[in-house]
Design a protein around this ligand. Sequence first.
Ligand SMILES: Cc1ncc(COP(=O)(O)O)c(C=O)c1O
Length: 443
Amino acid sequence: MQQSAEAYARAEKVIPGGVTANIKYFDPHPIFMKKAAGSHLYDADGNHYVDYLLSYGALIHGHGHPSIKKAVIRQMEEDGTTIYGTPHEGEVEMAEQLCSLYPGMERVRYTNSGLEATLLALRVAKAYTGRPKIAKFEGHYHGGYDQVLWSIHPDEQEAGDAEEPNPVPESSGLPEYYQDHTIILPFNDLESTERILRRHAGEISALMMEPVQGGYIPADQSFMDGVRRVTKELGILLIMDEVKTGFRLSLGGAQKTYGIIPDLTALGKVLGGGFPVGAVGGAEHVMEVLNPKRSYDVMSGSSSDQPRALFHSGTYNGHPTVLAAGMATIDLLQQRGVMEDLMTKTHKLRKHLEDLYKVMGVPMKTVGTGSIFNVMMTDGDIRNYRDLQHVDMTFRKRVDERLLQLGVYTKPLNRYSMSTVHTEADIQFTVDAHEKAVKNVKG
Ligand SMILES: Cc1ncc(COP(=O)(O)O)c(C=O)c1O
């Protein structure tokens, strides 16, 4: 790891902590990658890895898929530019595609990241309902900004009663305002969720949730049904944050699998085929708050006797190159048998790992749905953040560190995302590596 260590020392001199996102850091220093192909990463020291991080799940077709590369090059050559700065047909084509795949989408707007998509969805909900607060679940991540950076990995003491969780800040620098305006709910506990929502009913604009916490802890079907019923009754908009689950549970995301129609949906990751992207989609009557024809905003200069528009802008929104990569990604997923094959592969790896740990006498279960799962060193049920507190993370971290040395890349303690290009050989290699890692850690 000489080259990585040197690159890290150099990075630390110009980048705080040597990383461009806090989550990229791990001890003693992160590994610097130099090249990637398909399901593999190659580091600065010439080691190679089977990649299960896949850029936090974004790369559903692995690294450098030829069809995605071709679509990107074709867009640039045929269009003669990377970006027009005006409407273009690629935006419409993608929006039509998303509306046909996602039950909750009748209108779509683009952003440049998942974070921006959830942020816009919250503003739409506030504009639509006129209510000042939002609700989110403990343990759910929606991006790193003031409204939602609460109670993602809270200290259990600070978080308090599991059925009445306190909002705990996840960062310094968060305005106190949001402590009062972000209501925290217990995931997969309908009775408590309903009680808290009813208590604040007239104040809450939206309940934003990951239908699958962290991409791997699924909501119970009855919980999802209950959440939809209660939010509808109370006039609270239900925002499904499908940044992780989009295209990973099914082509139509978790909402299709659960049979739930949210009022708003946020997408990102897979949608960009490896490029920065986000999208917000929703019911026509809700998304109309964005329509500049019905209203005025600071930029349009139209008459101020119309209602004020919801301001949404971005130089790169609907970027042609990004959308070309995204369309190619979806086209590949729509090819016959591709989604089924991805699910079969994921199931196979999970089963082989569970069988292996059983034989080795180490408590472990894989938790997940669709093409994402996590490896949990426990026999117990994992249904929410509080359940995660009883899992042996120390053992898992040591296994992960060993796996890195053996050529399996998961950022320590991260989940596994599968791609359409992982092979049988990758799966076998990964299971063998786990066997060696566990033996080594057990001593
Ligand atoms: C569920 C969820 N929402 C939002 C985000 C933020 O997306 P981005 O990192 O593209 O800003 C993430 C990122 O991991 C996510 O998992």
